[in-house]
Design a protein around this ligand. Structure first.
Ligand code: 5GP
Length: 193
């Protein structure tokens, strides 16, 4: 997605250790117009998959996921990282190792929001080693729901996430694909959409 690539070039900052900071438009301050276009593009790509729910993980996945869900006219569910006191029902849970925080956390979704009739599109802001998306796939599997695809805003293609998810049999569509962050520079490869 050209506009996204231009925005990363303009407003993204490369941190050490292969981390891209995009807090000017995705992960802290959010550009709703760009997020709406991203959501609409992901919805378009998965339009023929009869998606019934969009699933993401808090916090930065929520903005693109909500617009994808709006375009597909289905609910969006975000997995929680901390158990809330109000989550008193049966939960689907999985353990996720966070690339940026370098610690494992338990993610959960109330069982009542996903079932075996659901066809799920998973959306997230970044794909690095694939642990967040894998945890979300596991939650969907526990519910008996079918994961139709994964829509990613920024894929760091030099990490192993895409391989892991494709090996699980789930198609991955990334709107920007980063080949390298070496020497403080962002190099792109051709995106999927
Ligand atoms: P994974 O689980 O694929 O290893 O990492 C994906 C998660 O880690 C995303 O949900 C995102 O929050 C975070 N993440 C991974 N790499 C980066 C990065 O380079 N920059 C930012 N801002 N977040 C990242």
């Amino acid at each position: 997605m050209e506009e996204l690539v231009r925005r990363i070039q303009h407003d993204g900052n490369v941190l050490s250790e292969g981390v891209l900071k995009v807090d000017r438009f995705i992960t802290h301050q959010v550009d709703p117009e760009l997020m709406e276009k991203i959501g609409a593009r992901l919805a378009e790509v998965f339009a023929d998959k009869k998606i019934t729910k969009v699933v993401t993980i808090e916090a930065s996945g929520i903005a693109p996921a909500i617009y994808a869900a709006q375009s597909l006219n289905v609910p969006m569910i975000f997995a929680r990282k901390a158990k809330s006191l109000t989550m008193d029902e049966e939960l689907l849970t999985s353990s996720v190792y966070s690339f940026t925080k370098q610690l494992a956390s338990t993610i959960s979704i109330s069982r009542k929001f996903l079932n075996e009739e659901d066809h799920v599109l998973i959306v997230d802001d970044f794909l690095a080693n694939g642990q967040a998306a894998k945890g979300l796939i596991e939650l969907c599997q526990q519910a008996g729901a079918e994961v139709e695809g994964i829509g990613i805003v920024i894929e760091k293609s030099f990490q192993m996430g895409r391989q892991l998810l494709e090996d699980m049999g789930v198609p991955v569509v990334s709107l920007a694909r980063i080949d390298s962050l070496d020497d403080g520079k962002v190099s792109f490869k051709e995106a999927d959409a």
